[in-house]
Design a protein around this ligand. Structure first.
Ligand SMILES: [Zn+2]
Length: 203
């Protein structure tokens, strides 16, 4: 037990920003029937070809999407709807942490010919201990490792996937400071996400 604790604190030291996001957010859930823009979300589980590597983590996809809507998106008139649920066997993506510094490039290259262009595509790596990788988002694709699905990393990467850059405003979903404080989008960010969603829908 002592050994485990020592290993964990070492990890936290080298990736404190990520560790900070392990604190689950406490945001009042707000749901709306009056949404201006909705988007279908496909969920793609990334698994290893080596059967013994499989994580036992089981995600309730409906609860995941509902949590995102209630905590972050419905209050801005944006709705995520669950689309198809798939599995992708891809060892390069599963072992993404081996590509240190190149994670984003590798993720986009590995999914370039696969993703659904009419949807938001959320890739979930079904493994724990991914070290510093919490998520990546760009070009209507987000990749989230399984420990971060119910933290503010999920809406942050979805924001990137819809074209948003980082914000310096503390408490903004796109901020890099104090990840567990993230909860708001600005009006400009909301407009930008709605426009990106419209384009995806019309593709
Ligand atoms: Zn970011």
């Amino acid at each position: 037990m002592k050994l485990v604790v020592a290993t964990l604190s070492f990890l936290f030291l080298i990736s404190c920003a990520v560790e900070d996001d392990y604190v689950q957010f406490q945001i009042e859930q707000v749901f709306s029937d009056n949404l201006e823009q909705t988007i279908k979300v496909d969920i793609i589980y990334v698994q290893s070809s080596v059967a013994s590597n499989q994580s036992f983590y089981n995600l309730d996809e409906t609860a995941f999407i509902q949590n995102l809507n209630g905590s972050f998106f419905h209050r801005y008139g944006i709705g995520l709807e669950i689309g198809d649920i798939q599995t992708l066997i891809n060892d390069e993506l599963y072992d993404l942490r081996d590509n240190s510094g190149e994670e984003s490039r590798v993720f986009l290259a590995q999914t370039q010919d696969l993703y659904n262009k009419n949807r938001m595509n959320i890739y979930i790596i079904k493994r724990s201990h991914t070290d510093a990788i919490a998520g990546i988002g760009k070009n209507q694709r987000a990749l989230i490792t399984d420990e971060f699905l119910f933290t503010a990393t999920a809406p942050h990467e979805i924001g990137h996937a819809l074209g948003l850059f980082h914000s310096t405003i503390e408490g903004n979903v796109m901020s890099k400071i104090r990840p567990h404080m993230r909860k708001d989008f600005t009006n400009a960010q909301v407009d930008q996400m709605k426009n990106a969603m419209k384009k995806i829908e019309e593709f």
